[in-house]
Design a protein around this ligand. Structure first.
Ligand code: ADP
Length: 656
């Protein structure tokens, strides 16, 4: 065939297509000349208006099969065979889910269709309302059935009993005389035992839901595909649908022996999901309550334990016989072991309850490492092993960095004590390097027994020990590394181990590097000479054992201590005694609690134009929010009980 001929044929084809296109458009606009929806007279003007708007929207039709596009008002549409979306689809799903039985398979298929159509209905509505600038809910809703007719779903015939108000009373009863779904079943010569216009129900309820902003569902109660005279639907809020359907089935006007219906489980499933979510929330809450209980319990045990150890410590400072010294040392060691275990349990439960408060304060890393060095030396000495201890510190690190010093010490304590526990000879090296400008890398390296590759992850799990016999040999609860891992992660770092069995282990952990001072400042830093302290402190504590112990320790640290047994006594002392340098205030106390006493003191100071006296709060529950409550009440600092006495003395020194 010549090229000229080919071109002529092509042009003729295009002309024919254009002709078809023009005919389609004409047919389309001719539809809008009649009514596309049948409604009660009272609301007809609304729907006439909707017809105008939707008709306008659909008049702008472009079909271009050479590009595979059908566009209406610049939106792309797709033509789908009606039966592909109805009986063909259900057939396939029924086949796919045949193992569940015919009834359930059909119900699964219908639910799929309902969900898809419901979502399409909602989105079509949203898009149409936006495009046509519709804001009034009634105008939004009435465009639905018209749009429905234009896009080939069905013609809608709304019954006069309908009450489409945007609330719980919403009720719509309507027929679809030419539903595409029922039609596709009838044309295929198939008869269904149940209503089939599922997408119609889904789409129309989706559109109305979007228009009125309330959840809606629709149920088909009679269907032409099963031989009924009409395809009749009822639409209402999901929780009311059963009531309406019951009324319909008992209404003499509609009495029809063949009524069968399915209420789509779209909302049921949402309800189940909601129930599941609530059940999970409940489980999480009870888990949290358990952790809180554990945290409180271990705290309660910790307080008397601390008193026991504190008093043993004091007795050891006195002259005692060698035999009694031995007893006391054993008592102290056992007490400390128990306290460590309780502290670990408290930490784990606090972490699990999401109540661990992490600080970020400027602190000298080299000081902290020096402290750990002397602590570890003592431990090595006690272990009786000949282990060399090496500390490495990089000068590239700023003197002061933002960290939580207590938590960092806790991690290093765990790693160092493990290293000492699992090493008989050789060396332990620990230190910190600046990995890059944002990251510090700490390490603790030992020449001990090492850990198998397969056990290297297990040891970071709760109670994970390489083998149970190590507990007997070396002691330990198996919580240390779990806590260290959680602490490191909460502080924004990572922890891992590198080891070859029999050749020692190196534990690494990283923490974000946040310098609080420059490196240069470090050189200029002068060492503070501790002053002789003879300042007067007011200790407010209702627990007499704790009060006496804290008083003794503070006195040994060189302070004069006056005591008050509750908040009221504290306020009275405060008003009469003029030379109080610091108030140490317990929070939970009878008569007047610590927060109220603090508020009264602050009020008194303001009234009398007195200088502000530092108040350090002591609270029994180191729970989230406590710190804020203390600061809000007027405290300057906050320590959680049981008080580590060196921490208390150091805190006091900050203010004197
Ligand atoms: P604990 O030491 O209290 O048992 P950890 O969580 O600190 O608990 O340690 C868990 C286990 O990891 C230990 O029981 C031990 O089997 C192993 N482990 C920890 N550190 C080392 C180490 N430095 N060398 C060899 N094994 C170690």
């Amino acid at each position: 065939m010549s090229d000229v001929k080919k071109t002529e044929e092509l042009l003729a084809k295009i002309a024919k297509l254009e002709q078809e296109n023009a005919m389609l458009k004409r047919d389309f606009s001719s539809v809008s000349k009649g009514d596309t929806v049948s409604v009660p007279d009272a609301i007809k003007p609304l729907f006439d208006e909707a017809q105008k708007i939707v008709g306008e929207y659909f008049r702008n039709l472009k079909m271009d099969p050479t590009r595979g596009t059908i566009e209406i008002n610049d939106q792309r549409y797709v033509l789908v065979r009606a039966s592909a979306l109805s009986n063909d689809f259900l057939n396939t799903i029924q086949h796919l889910y045949s193992d569940r039985g015919e009834k359930e398979a059909l119900s699964i298929g219908k639910n799929f269709l309902f969900d898809i159509a419901h979502v399409i209905g909602m989105n079509d509505a949203k898009n149409f309302h936006q495009k046509m600038n519709l804001v009034d809910p009634i105008a939004k809703l009435s465009a639905g059935p018209v749009h429905f007719a234009y896009s080939g779903w069905a013609y809608v015939d709304i019954k006069p009993e309908s009450t489409p108000s945007p609330d719980d009373n919403y009720y719509l009863i309507y027929n679809h005389p030419f539903s595409f779904e029922a039609d596709s079943w009838i044309r295929s010569g198939k008869k269904s035992d149940t209503p089939v216009c599922v997408m119609n129900s889904g789409y129309s309820s989706g559109w109305c839901e979007e228009s009125f902003g309330i959840p809606l569902t629709a149920v088909e109660v009679t269907c032409k595909a099963k031989g009924d005279e009409h395809c009749t639907f009822i639409m209402s809020p999901p929780h009311k649908i059963q009531e309406h359907v019951n009324r319909f089935t008992s209404d003499s006007k509609y009495v029809n022996k063949k009524i069968t219906y399915d209420i789509p489980t779209f909302f049921e499933r949402k309800k189940v999901e909601e129930e599941m979510r609530n059940a999970r929330k409940k489980a999480e809450e009870s888990d949290k309550a358990k952790s809180e209980f554990l945290a409180n319990m271990s705290h309660e045990i910790r307080t008397p334990m601390n008193a026991i150890i504190g008093y043993v410590d004091l007795m050891l400072q006195d002259k005692v016989s060698r035999e009694h010294r031995d007893y006391l040392e054993t008592l102290k060691d056992s007490g400390k072991l128990l306290l460590n275990l309780i502290n670990d349990i408290l930490d784990v439960s606090k972490i699990e309850a999401g109540q661990l408060v992490i600080e970020s304060v400027p602190h000298s890393l080299s000081d902290l490492l020096a402290l750990k060095e002397s602590w570890a030396k003592e431990l090595v000495l006690k272990s009786g092993q000949t282990i060399q201890l090496i500390k490495k510190y990089s000068d590239a690190i700023a003197d002061e960095v933002y960290i939580d010093p207590l938590r960092l010490q806790q991690i290093l304590n765990n790693l160092l004590s493990n290293a000492i526990k699992f090493t008989n000879k050789g060396a332990i090296e620990f230190g910190v390097v600046l990995k890059d400008e944002t990251m510090l890398e700490f390490y603790v390296k030992d020449s001990g027994i090492g850990i198998n590759t397969k056990d290297q992850n297990k040891i970071f799990e709760m109670f994970g020990q390489v083998d149970a016999s190590s507990t007997r040999e070396h002691g330990g609860s198996g919580l240390g590394l779990t806590i260290s891992k959680k602490l490191v992660e909460i502080m924004g770092g990572k922890i891992w181990v590198e080891s070859i069995k029999g050749q020692g282990a190196t534990f690494f952990f990283t923490l974000p590097y946040k310098p609080a001072s420059s490196v240069k400042e470090k050189k200029a830093k002068t060492v503070k000479v501790p002053e002789v302290l003879k300042d007067r402190l007011l200790l407010v504590e209702d627990n007499l054992i704790n009060q006496r112990l804290t008083k003794l320790i503070l006195e040994k640290a060189g302070y004069e201590v006056i005591t008050a047994n509750n908040g009221q006594e504290a306020v009275d002392y405060y008003k009469t005694e003029k030379n109080i340098k610091i108030v140490i205030m317990d929070i939970q106390m009878p008569v007047l609690d610590g927060l109220s006493a603090t508020q009264i003191i602050r009020f008194h100071e303001a009234e009398q134009k007195l200088n502000r006296t530092p108040i350090i709060a002591l609270t029994a529950h180191a729970m989230q929010g406590d710190k804020e409550k203390c600061i809000e009440a007027g405290c300057d600092n906050y320590l959680s009980k049981p008080i580590m006495l060196d921490v208390l003395v150091n805190t006091i020194k900050k203010y004197i």
